[in-house]
Ligand binder design. Structure first.
Ligand SMILES: NC(=O)c1ccc[n+]([C@@H]2O[C@H](COP(=O)([O-])OP(=O)(O)OC[C@H]3O[C@@H](n4cnc5c(N)ncnc54)[C@H](OP(=O)(O)O)[C@@H]3O)[C@@H](O)[C@H]2O)c1
Length: 274
């Protein structure tokens, strides 16, 4: 597994396994399957309501805790200093772990304007060693600028919606300049149009790879961390088999040119869900 070195020196696998919308009763089997296939990074969140199942799978896998990179996130309704500290305790209790590797602010919720104090709580959790790294998710450049100006720790990652139809070039450049690694959520566009786009399918056919593998390779070659989700055992393995081929500069450019700024999820500036 290829690792990325985060700005605090911590190593994070460049490919991880996401469990959004995987119900508690299914997530146990799915995470076990992923760990056995070779994934060593699991991405969950309080709002996914499956942290207990994720934690049980980690323990039952027999893989030492320190070989697994575990991410969870503070939900919008729990923003604020004291609320975030409490939400973190709830998450680690459900997960059954004594630390997480990465704790993220799930959405900036700019209209609530509490993400700076939420960030201060993350800094405290980091200083106490309860999380090995702290970062953000769905942050646009103005939100990142405030954290850089008002915080004392630079986020290690910004986890954003990113795929060939939403390539987020501007945020990627800003993050690179500030030592923040970009992590792609819905890296496969939730299994939608990007997977059947003719540019992707033609490149895939020419390399004897699948469209999903070509898209994941595109992420990796852009130095992006990707966390594809699948509950299908064959796809769980397929999505991991992306380290034995390369896209040429021309193929990368062809995929870059597919950008349509097309979201599958909410625009962070307009997100109100609590
Ligand atoms: N921070 C945030 O706000 C945020 C938001 C959304 C997601 N996320 C994180 O990002 C992770 C991934 O995003 P996502 O789950 O939205 O979407 P995704 O990984 O882009 O796509 C998942 C969908 O694609 C299908 N799929 C997976 N591998 C495939 C393959 N090789 N070929 C064809 N179809 C394939 C899956 O189907 P099956 O499962 O049926 O195989 C599923 O329907 C989430 O699980 C979560 O951890 C974070």
């Amino acid at each position: 597994m290829q690792q990325v070195t985060l700005n605090n020196g911590l190593q994070m696998p460049q490919l991880g396994y996401g469990v959004f919308k995987v119900p508690e009763e299914e997530v146990y089997q799915a995470v076990l399957e992923a760990l056995h296939a070779g994934y060593r990074s699991i991405d969950t969140a309080m709002i996914y309501e499956n942290e207990a199942g994720v934690g049980r799978a980690l323990r039952d896998s027999g893989i030492p805790r320190d070989e697994i990179f575990l991410t969870t996130k503070v939900w919008n309704a729990d923003q604020g200093y004291a609320e975030t500290l409490a939400a973190f305790e709830t998450s680690v209790t459900k997960l059954g772990v004594d630390y997480v590797d990465l704790y993220l602010i799930h959405w900036p919720m700019p209209n609530d304007n509490r993400y700076v104090e939420t960030w201060q709580a993350l800094e405290e959790l980091y200083k106490q060693g309860k999380t090995k790294a702290i970062g953000v998710s769905n942050f646009h450049i103005p939100h990142l600028k405030r954290i850089l100006e008002e915080g004392t720790i630079v986020p290690v990652v910004n986890q954003i919606e990113l795929h060939p139809f939403l390539n987020q070039e501007e945020i990627r450049l800003f993050c690179k300049e500030h030592g923040i690694v970009v992590e792609a959520w819905s890296p496969l566009m939730k299994g939608r149009d990007a997977l059947t786009d003719p540019v992707i399918t033609q490149i895939a056919a020419s390399k004897n790879k699948t469209p999903a593998q070509v898209i994941l390779r595109w992420h990796l070659q852009h130095d992006v961390i990707a966390i594809p989700k699948s509950v299908t055992p064959s796809r769980i393995r397929e999505n991991l088999a992306v380290f034995d081929f390369e896209l040429s500069a021309d193929e990368m450019q062809q995929i870059d040119a597919l950008n349509q700024n097309q979201r599958t999820g909410s625009n962070p500036d307009e997100m109100h869900k609590k």
